[in-house]
Design a protein around this ligand. Structure first.
Ligand code: PBG
Length: 329
Protein backbone atom coordinates (compact mmCIF):
# COMPACT_ATOMS: atom_id res chain seq x y z
CA UNK A 1 0.00 0.00 0.00
CA UNK A 2 2.68 2.54 0.97
CA UNK A 3 4.72 3.43 -2.09
CA UNK A 4 7.88 5.43 -1.79
CA UNK A 5 9.87 6.50 1.17
CA UNK A 6 11.27 9.55 2.85
CA UNK A 7 13.03 11.75 1.73
CA UNK A 8 11.66 11.18 -1.82
CA UNK A 9 8.21 10.93 -0.35
CA UNK A 10 7.03 13.77 1.85
CA UNK A 11 3.30 13.61 2.64
CA UNK A 12 3.40 17.17 3.94
CA UNK A 13 3.97 18.47 0.36
CA UNK A 14 0.28 18.03 -0.49
CA UNK A 15 -0.75 19.76 2.71
CA UNK A 16 1.31 22.89 2.22
CA UNK A 17 -1.46 25.28 1.05
CA UNK A 18 -5.22 25.44 1.31
CA UNK A 19 -5.68 25.00 -2.46
CA UNK A 20 -3.61 21.83 -2.41
CA UNK A 21 -5.44 20.42 0.59
CA UNK A 22 -8.77 21.10 -1.14
CA UNK A 23 -7.52 19.45 -4.31
CA UNK A 24 -6.51 16.26 -2.53
CA UNK A 25 -9.45 15.99 -0.13
CA UNK A 26 -11.09 12.56 -0.04
CA UNK A 27 -14.46 13.38 1.52
CA UNK A 28 -16.83 16.29 1.13
CA UNK A 29 -20.03 17.53 2.75
CA UNK A 30 -22.91 19.39 1.17
CA UNK A 31 -26.52 20.10 2.19
CA UNK A 32 -27.49 17.08 0.04
CA UNK A 33 -25.95 14.86 2.70
CA UNK A 34 -28.43 15.82 5.42
CA UNK A 35 -31.76 14.81 6.89
CA UNK A 36 -33.29 17.34 9.28
CA UNK A 37 -35.23 16.04 12.29
CA UNK A 38 -38.20 18.22 13.32
CA UNK A 39 -39.95 17.95 16.69
CA UNK A 40 -43.69 18.62 16.63
CA UNK A 41 -45.99 19.82 19.40
CA UNK A 42 -49.69 20.45 19.54
CA UNK A 43 -51.16 23.92 19.85
CA UNK A 44 -50.65 26.94 17.73
CA UNK A 45 -47.83 29.47 17.19
CA UNK A 46 -45.42 27.56 19.35
CA UNK A 47 -41.65 27.38 19.08
CA UNK A 48 -40.39 25.79 22.28
CA UNK A 49 -36.77 25.42 23.17
CA UNK A 50 -35.46 22.11 24.48
CA UNK A 51 -33.20 22.76 27.46
CA UNK A 52 -30.78 19.90 26.79
CA UNK A 53 -30.46 20.67 23.06
CA UNK A 54 -29.43 24.31 22.57
CA UNK A 55 -30.54 25.54 19.13
CA UNK A 56 -33.22 22.86 18.67
CA UNK A 57 -36.94 23.57 19.05
CA UNK A 58 -40.35 21.95 19.02
CA UNK A 59 -42.74 23.53 16.54
CA UNK A 60 -46.50 23.58 16.35
CA UNK A 61 -47.80 22.57 12.92
CA UNK A 62 -48.60 26.14 11.89
CA UNK A 63 -44.97 27.14 12.49
CA UNK A 64 -43.19 24.32 10.65
CA UNK A 65 -43.15 26.16 7.32
CA UNK A 66 -40.52 28.40 8.90
CA UNK A 67 -38.19 25.40 9.16
CA UNK A 68 -39.18 23.72 5.91
CA UNK A 69 -38.71 26.95 3.93
CA UNK A 70 -35.16 27.16 5.23
CA UNK A 71 -34.47 23.48 4.64
CA UNK A 72 -35.58 23.77 1.01
CA UNK A 73 -33.67 27.00 0.51
CA UNK A 74 -30.41 25.46 1.66
CA UNK A 75 -31.05 22.23 -0.26
CA UNK A 76 -31.78 19.65 2.44
CA UNK A 77 -33.40 16.66 0.67
CA UNK A 78 -35.51 15.29 3.53
CA UNK A 79 -36.98 16.02 6.94
CA UNK A 80 -37.78 13.48 9.68
CA UNK A 81 -40.84 14.12 11.86
CA UNK A 82 -40.97 13.35 15.59
CA UNK A 83 -44.04 14.14 17.71
CA UNK A 84 -44.22 15.17 21.35
CA UNK A 85 -47.55 13.60 22.16
CA UNK A 86 -49.63 14.96 25.04
CA UNK A 87 -49.59 12.59 28.02
CA UNK A 88 -53.39 12.47 27.99
CA UNK A 89 -53.21 10.84 24.52
CA UNK A 90 -50.74 8.13 25.56
CA UNK A 91 -51.83 4.67 26.64
CA UNK A 92 -50.50 1.14 27.08
CA UNK A 93 -50.98 0.23 23.40
CA UNK A 94 -50.01 3.54 21.81
CA UNK A 95 -53.30 3.88 19.95
CA UNK A 96 -52.62 7.51 19.07
CA UNK A 97 -50.10 6.12 16.54
CA UNK A 98 -53.10 5.01 14.47
CA UNK A 99 -55.02 8.28 14.70
CA UNK A 100 -55.16 9.88 11.26
CA UNK A 101 -55.28 13.27 12.98
CA UNK A 102 -52.20 12.77 15.13
CA UNK A 103 -49.38 15.31 15.01
CA UNK A 104 -47.30 13.43 12.46
CA UNK A 105 -50.22 12.89 10.07
CA UNK A 106 -51.24 16.54 10.31
CA UNK A 107 -47.68 17.65 9.62
CA UNK A 108 -47.35 15.34 6.59
CA UNK A 109 -50.60 16.73 5.17
CA UNK A 110 -49.45 20.34 5.67
CA UNK A 111 -46.04 19.77 4.15
CA UNK A 112 -47.35 17.87 1.12
CA UNK A 113 -50.06 20.47 0.51
CA UNK A 114 -47.65 23.38 0.61
CA UNK A 115 -44.44 21.90 -0.84
CA UNK A 116 -45.54 18.92 -2.98
CA UNK A 117 -42.42 16.88 -3.66
CA UNK A 118 -39.84 19.60 -3.13
CA UNK A 119 -38.66 17.85 0.01
CA UNK A 120 -38.91 14.25 1.20
CA UNK A 121 -40.69 13.29 4.40
CA UNK A 122 -39.44 10.49 6.63
CA UNK A 123 -41.44 9.17 9.59
CA UNK A 124 -40.42 6.80 12.34
CA UNK A 125 -42.37 3.58 12.65
CA UNK A 126 -42.39 2.77 16.37
CA UNK A 127 -44.74 3.25 19.29
CA UNK A 128 -42.60 5.04 21.87
CA UNK A 129 -43.94 8.57 21.28
CA UNK A 130 -47.43 7.18 21.95
CA UNK A 131 -47.13 4.63 24.76
CA UNK A 132 -47.58 5.48 28.44
CA UNK A 133 -44.61 3.22 29.28
CA UNK A 134 -42.31 4.79 26.65
CA UNK A 135 -41.41 1.51 24.94
CA UNK A 136 -41.39 1.01 21.17
CA UNK A 137 -43.76 -1.96 21.30
CA UNK A 138 -46.59 -3.62 23.16
CA UNK A 139 -45.96 -5.11 26.60
CA UNK A 140 -47.32 -8.32 28.02
CA UNK A 141 -46.09 -9.80 31.33
CA UNK A 142 -43.21 -7.34 31.33
CA UNK A 143 -42.02 -8.39 27.87
CA UNK A 144 -42.02 -6.36 24.66
CA UNK A 145 -43.95 -8.71 22.42
CA UNK A 146 -42.56 -8.94 18.94
CA UNK A 147 -45.22 -10.28 16.60
CA UNK A 148 -48.22 -8.42 18.00
CA UNK A 149 -46.21 -5.21 17.91
CA UNK A 150 -45.53 -5.75 14.21
CA UNK A 151 -49.26 -5.86 13.51
CA UNK A 152 -49.61 -2.35 14.97
CA UNK A 153 -46.48 -1.16 13.13
CA UNK A 154 -47.99 -2.37 9.86
CA UNK A 155 -51.06 -0.24 10.48
CA UNK A 156 -48.96 2.74 11.49
CA UNK A 157 -46.94 2.30 8.26
CA UNK A 158 -50.03 2.05 6.08
CA UNK A 159 -51.55 5.14 7.69
CA UNK A 160 -48.40 7.23 7.27
CA UNK A 161 -48.01 6.03 3.66
CA UNK A 162 -51.62 6.87 2.89
CA UNK A 163 -51.27 10.41 4.28
CA UNK A 164 -48.19 10.95 2.10
CA UNK A 165 -45.04 9.91 3.94
CA UNK A 166 -42.26 9.19 1.41
CA UNK A 167 -39.86 7.17 3.57
CA UNK A 168 -40.94 4.91 6.40
CA UNK A 169 -38.27 4.39 9.01
CA UNK A 170 -38.98 1.50 11.38
CA UNK A 171 -36.95 2.34 14.49
CA UNK A 172 -38.45 -0.29 16.78
CA UNK A 173 -35.98 -3.18 16.28
CA UNK A 174 -38.66 -5.91 16.28
CA UNK A 175 -37.57 -9.03 14.38
CA UNK A 176 -39.13 -9.46 10.95
CA UNK A 177 -40.91 -6.15 10.73
CA UNK A 178 -39.31 -4.93 7.51
CA UNK A 179 -40.57 -7.90 5.49
CA UNK A 180 -44.06 -7.67 6.91
CA UNK A 181 -44.30 -3.92 6.42
CA UNK A 182 -42.98 -4.18 2.83
CA UNK A 183 -45.52 -6.86 2.02
CA UNK A 184 -48.41 -4.87 3.47
CA UNK A 185 -47.34 -1.71 1.64
CA UNK A 186 -47.12 -3.53 -1.69
CA UNK A 187 -50.49 -5.18 -1.20
CA UNK A 188 -52.07 -1.77 -0.62
CA UNK A 189 -50.52 -0.13 -3.67
CA UNK A 190 -47.64 1.65 -1.92
CA UNK A 191 -44.85 -0.03 -3.90
CA UNK A 192 -43.07 3.30 -4.22
CA UNK A 193 -42.92 4.14 -0.54
CA UNK A 194 -39.31 3.64 0.55
CA UNK A 195 -38.16 1.88 3.68
CA UNK A 196 -35.20 3.18 5.64
CA UNK A 197 -34.58 0.57 8.29
CA UNK A 198 -32.97 1.53 11.56
CA UNK A 199 -31.19 -1.80 11.13
CA UNK A 200 -28.32 -1.37 13.55
CA UNK A 201 -29.81 0.55 16.41
CA UNK A 202 -28.01 0.21 19.72
CA UNK A 203 -29.47 0.45 23.22
CA UNK A 204 -27.73 3.72 23.98
CA UNK A 205 -27.46 6.41 26.63
CA UNK A 206 -26.90 8.86 23.79
CA UNK A 207 -30.68 9.06 23.24
CA UNK A 208 -31.32 10.86 26.55
CA UNK A 209 -32.00 14.38 25.22
CA UNK A 210 -34.29 13.00 22.47
CA UNK A 211 -36.47 11.33 25.07
CA UNK A 212 -36.65 14.74 26.75
CA UNK A 213 -37.62 16.33 23.47
CA UNK A 214 -40.48 13.91 22.74
CA UNK A 215 -41.45 13.64 26.39
CA UNK A 216 -40.92 9.90 26.83
CA UNK A 217 -38.11 10.20 29.35
CA UNK A 218 -40.17 10.42 32.54
CA UNK A 219 -42.46 7.62 31.44
CA UNK A 220 -39.88 5.10 30.19
CA UNK A 221 -39.88 2.10 32.47
CA UNK A 222 -36.65 0.11 32.43
CA UNK A 223 -34.43 0.10 29.38
CA UNK A 224 -34.63 -1.05 25.75
CA UNK A 225 -31.96 -3.76 25.92
CA UNK A 226 -34.26 -6.64 24.95
CA UNK A 227 -34.82 -5.15 21.50
CA UNK A 228 -32.14 -2.57 20.75
CA UNK A 229 -28.62 -3.92 20.22
CA UNK A 230 -25.87 -4.55 22.75
CA UNK A 231 -23.06 -2.04 22.23
CA UNK A 232 -20.46 -4.76 22.66
CA UNK A 233 -21.45 -6.31 19.33
CA UNK A 234 -20.62 -5.70 15.69
CA UNK A 235 -21.13 -9.10 13.97
CA UNK A 236 -24.70 -8.91 15.18
CA UNK A 237 -25.11 -5.57 13.40
CA UNK A 238 -24.12 -7.25 10.11
CA UNK A 239 -26.76 -9.92 10.70
CA UNK A 240 -29.41 -7.28 11.42
CA UNK A 241 -28.51 -5.38 8.25
CA UNK A 242 -28.38 -8.55 6.09
CA UNK A 243 -31.84 -9.60 7.26
CA UNK A 244 -33.38 -6.19 6.69
CA UNK A 245 -31.95 -6.00 3.17
CA UNK A 246 -33.37 -9.44 2.40
CA UNK A 247 -36.72 -8.33 3.77
CA UNK A 248 -36.79 -5.30 1.47
CA UNK A 249 -35.07 -2.32 3.11
CA UNK A 250 -34.02 0.30 0.56
CA UNK A 251 -31.62 2.02 2.91
CA UNK A 252 -30.26 1.27 6.37
CA UNK A 253 -29.43 3.41 9.37
CA UNK A 254 -26.66 3.02 11.93
CA UNK A 255 -27.51 4.69 15.22
CA UNK A 256 -25.99 6.36 17.24
CA UNK A 257 -23.39 7.75 14.84
CA UNK A 258 -20.01 8.80 16.11
CA UNK A 259 -19.41 5.97 18.60
CA UNK A 260 -20.33 3.48 15.84
CA UNK A 261 -18.22 4.62 12.87
CA UNK A 262 -16.76 1.11 12.68
CA UNK A 263 -20.27 -0.26 12.04
CA UNK A 264 -20.99 2.33 9.32
CA UNK A 265 -17.77 1.39 7.57
CA UNK A 266 -18.35 -2.35 7.73
CA UNK A 267 -21.96 -2.10 6.57
CA UNK A 268 -20.93 0.03 3.59
CA UNK A 269 -18.07 -2.28 2.64
CA UNK A 270 -20.05 -5.49 3.00
CA UNK A 271 -23.45 -4.57 1.61
CA UNK A 272 -22.90 -1.69 -0.86
CA UNK A 273 -26.25 -0.13 -0.12
CA UNK A 274 -27.20 3.39 0.99
CA UNK A 275 -26.12 3.72 4.63
CA UNK A 276 -27.23 6.60 6.80
CA UNK A 277 -25.74 7.71 10.09
CA UNK A 278 -27.79 9.25 12.87
CA UNK A 279 -25.87 11.84 14.84
CA UNK A 280 -28.21 11.43 17.79
CA UNK A 281 -29.39 13.88 20.42
CA UNK A 282 -26.70 13.01 22.96
CA UNK A 283 -23.94 13.58 20.42
CA UNK A 284 -25.54 16.89 19.46
CA UNK A 285 -25.90 17.95 23.09
CA UNK A 286 -22.36 17.07 24.08
CA UNK A 287 -20.92 18.98 21.14
CA UNK A 288 -23.25 21.99 21.39
CA UNK A 289 -22.90 22.39 25.13
CA UNK A 290 -19.12 22.11 24.90
CA UNK A 291 -19.09 24.85 22.24
CA UNK A 292 -21.37 27.04 24.36
CA UNK A 293 -19.03 26.64 27.31
CA UNK A 294 -16.05 27.42 25.04
CA UNK A 295 -14.40 24.10 25.84
CA UNK A 296 -14.00 23.51 22.10
CA UNK A 297 -14.56 25.73 19.05
CA UNK A 298 -17.22 25.58 16.33
CA UNK A 299 -15.03 23.68 13.88
CA UNK A 300 -15.72 20.53 15.88
CA UNK A 301 -19.14 20.31 14.18
CA UNK A 302 -17.76 19.88 10.65
CA UNK A 303 -15.13 17.49 11.94
CA UNK A 304 -17.78 15.34 13.62
CA UNK A 305 -19.92 15.31 10.48
CA UNK A 306 -17.08 14.66 8.04
CA UNK A 307 -16.21 11.54 10.03
CA UNK A 308 -19.48 9.99 8.88
CA UNK A 309 -18.68 10.63 5.23
CA UNK A 310 -15.16 9.29 5.65
CA UNK A 311 -16.60 6.13 7.22
CA UNK A 312 -18.83 5.66 4.18
CA UNK A 313 -22.20 7.14 5.14
CA UNK A 314 -24.33 8.41 2.25
CA UNK A 315 -26.21 10.86 4.43
CA UNK A 316 -26.49 12.00 8.02
CA UNK A 317 -29.46 12.69 10.21
CA UNK A 318 -28.33 15.70 12.22
CA UNK A 319 -29.86 18.42 14.38
CA UNK A 320 -27.34 20.77 12.75
CA UNK A 321 -28.93 20.29 9.32
CA UNK A 322 -31.05 23.47 9.46
CA UNK A 323 -27.84 25.54 9.89
CA UNK A 324 -25.58 23.47 7.67
CA UNK A 325 -25.14 26.21 5.05
CA UNK A 326 -23.48 28.46 7.67
CA UNK A 327 -21.58 25.57 9.25
CA UNK A 328 -20.01 24.55 5.93
CA UNK A 329 -18.98 28.13 5.03
C1 PBG B 1 -37.62 5.99 18.87
C2 PBG B 1 -36.44 6.79 18.50
C3 PBG B 1 -35.40 7.20 19.34
C4 PBG B 1 -34.59 8.03 18.59
C5 PBG B 1 -35.13 8.12 17.30
N1 PBG B 1 -36.27 7.33 17.26
C6 PBG B 1 -35.14 6.97 20.79
C7 PBG B 1 -35.18 5.64 21.36
O1 PBG B 1 -35.07 4.61 20.69
O2 PBG B 1 -35.34 5.60 22.58
C8 PBG B 1 -33.37 8.73 19.11
C9 PBG B 1 -32.86 9.88 18.35
C10 PBG B 1 -31.92 10.75 19.06
O3 PBG B 1 -31.44 10.46 20.18
O4 PBG B 1 -31.58 11.80 18.49
N2 PBG B 1 -37.74 4.71 18.43
Amino acid sequence: MITGKYPNLRLRRNRKESWSRRLTQESTLSPNDFILPIFLIDGSNKKESISTMPGVYRYSINRISQVIDRAIKIGIPMVALFPKTKNSLKNEIGSESLNENNLVCKAITEIKKKYKNKIGIMCDVALDPYTSHGHDGLIRSNQIINDDTIEVLINQSLLQAEIGCDVLAPSDMMDGRIGKIRKALDKSGYQNVQILSYAAKYASSFYGPFRDAVGSKGSLKGDKKTYQMDFRNSDEAMREVALDIKEGADMVMVKPGMPYLDIIKSVKEKFKIPVFAYQVSGEYSLISNAIQKKIVNNDIVVESLMAFKRAGANAIVSYYADRIDKILK
